[in-house]
Ligand binder design. Structure first.
Ligand SMILES: *Cc1c(COP(=O)(O)O)cnc(C)c1O
Ligand code: SF4
Length: 457
């Protein structure tokens, strides 16, 4: 037995041999063994919510990340399983009624689709404003919002090992794809990058690109070592696999091959960063997750961690402090704390910005400098990433101090600006400028950009 097999579970067979392919979707909720212990009305509520919002979980998450004694309060349970409060009562009742009267699958789908449209499925102007163009043609599998960084959505990587209940990409998991893929996406990517020497970073995202086989990943990654792409110095891969499917890096049949592929990019002079979605320290407890981290680092990959702040999951300073300390101990760099986006089940997860900032502050105060590298709380809004730097009083007016970490116009970044304090505000669009100003400094320019994008069609 190798070390990683011993690490899987204290007794019984290695997980990957017995249950590798066990994934449950909303149709298989009834087959999830530990759920059977819950009261019938809670299970019904899950079916209702999972008819509208995406649900998918695998056996690894069920067996290793959730403390079933603490359900429904367990954070990873909240992160992966649908909860009644994720739908507004009227929406919930509409679906519950349909299920009770035995509505047809067709009728249910129609009701669900109507409700999804009310849940802001495409937040922050993703569609219109960020689409790059090549020879006058829109490249739908990419986004280019910030000068240095291009986002690439490989068509084979648009699903995940398990779905997070808060995910802002939720619409694509229920079949509402805002992504149309080009026939030759790798070639388009290569040509677009070659034509844009200001791009230093490529961020490969999804879904979770780590659902792809190593062979598929290689077809996307190897062309990036082309001499004409010398300016693309960093390749980031956004993934939750360390937490939801660490086998990907440890004992999947092509795990060793994957690490060799990533290592070869490092040796070719690229900075390879795994942008790990980690919401809670519990996700890093299993030995196999730590083994995955160790193997990635051995391959020369830098792991950076980011996650949104979520009510019911990680809305405590202590939880963040422990997460960041665990990350630093394992060699992971804390990178971002996000504010939950204005989409999907946001009413269930959101916290006032004032509260988010307090949690961030109280967490940072508990950790050493090495763990203070996470910026936030940060809102990924249409004009850019806006960080809440604090709450203070200026000339008798209580204000939020804000700054752009990233901005659609690079000149906006780092300039402090101020919003009237509002204890209930949860997102940038709730905020009004302080000191009686009519609009924020960036708004005229943002309007002009929007108008230009509409004309370009
Ligand atoms: C966050 C983000 C990036 C990367 O920004 P960094 O500050 O470099 O991490 C790039 N594109 C989009 C659309 C983003 O939201
Ligand atoms: S792993 Fe990432 S992309 Fe997938 S559901 Fe979770 S947050 Fe969304």
């Amino acid at each position: 037995m190798t070390a990683h097999q011993r690490n899987l579970r204290p007794q019984g067979q290695p997980l990957y041999l017995t249950e590798r392919f066990r994934v449950y979707t909303h149709r298989q909720l009834d087959q999830i063994e530990p759920l059977r212990r819950l009261p019938e009305d809670e299970r019904f509520a899950m079916r209702v919510v999972a008819s509208v919002l995406p649900f998918r979980v695998n056996q690894y998450v069920i067996d290793n990340l959730i403390d079933w004694e603490r359900v429904p309060d367990d954070p990873v349970f909240q992160l992966t399983f649908p909860q009644r409060g994720m739908l507004a009562p009227a929406m919930f009742d509409a679906v519950a009624g349909a299920l009770r009267r035995g509505a047809t699958a067709h009728e249910l789908r129609r009701i669900a689709n109507d409700l999804r449209r009310e849940l802001n499925p495409h937040p922050a102007g993703q569609r219109a404003l960020n689409v790059p163009r090549l020879d006058g043609r829109a490249l739908d599998g990419m986004q280019h919002k910030y000068r240095e960084t291009v986002l690439f959505f490989p068509s084979h990587g648009q699903t995940c090992h398990a779905y997070c209940t808060f995910c802002f990409r939720w619409a694509q998991f229920v079949g509402d794809r805002d992504l149309k893929f080009a026939a030759n996406e790798t070639e388009d990517l290569r040509r677009y990058l070659a034509a844009h020497p200001q791009v230093t970073d490529l961020l490969i995202t999804g879904g979770d690109p780590m659902v792809m086989t190593t062979g598929q990943l290689r077809s996307y990654l190897e062309p990036l070592t082309d001499a004409r792409l010398e300016h693309v110095q960093s390749i980031r891969i956004g993934s939750k696999a360390i937490s939801y499917w660490p086998q990907r890096f440890v004992c999947d049949p092509d795990a060793d091959d994957l690490l060799r592929l990533l290592g070869s990019l490092v040796r070719a002079g690229k900075h390879v960063a795994l942008m790990a979605h980690l919401n809670h320290w519990q996700e890093l407890e299993p030995a196999i997750a730590r083994e995955a981290v160790r193997r990635l680092r051995d391959a020369g990959v830098v792991i950076r961690a980011q996650a949104p702040l979520l009510r019911h999951v990680n809305d405590h300073a202590d939880a963040w402090a422990r997460l960041w300390r665990t990350e630093v101990r394992l060699g992971i760099v804390p990178y971002y704390m996000f504010v939950e986006r204005d989409t999907g089940a946001r009413n269930y997860f959101e916290l006032p910005l004032a509260r988010a900032w307090e949690i961030y502050r109280d967490a940072v105060r508990q950790v050493s400098g090495l763990a203070r590298t996470a910026r936030g709380p940060s809102m990924s809004a249409a004009p850019g990433k806006v960080e809440v730097q604090g709450v203070t009083e200026i000339h008798g007016e209580r204000v939020f101090v804000l700054r752009f970490i990233q901005s659609r116009d690079p000149d906006w970044a780092q300039r402090p600006f101020f919003a009237r304090y509002d204890p209930r505000a949860t997102w940038l669009h709730d905020l009004r400028p302080a000191f009686g100003e009519k609009e924020f400094f960036f708004e005229p320019q943002l309007r002009a950009m929007r108008a230009a994008a509409t004309t370009a069609g």
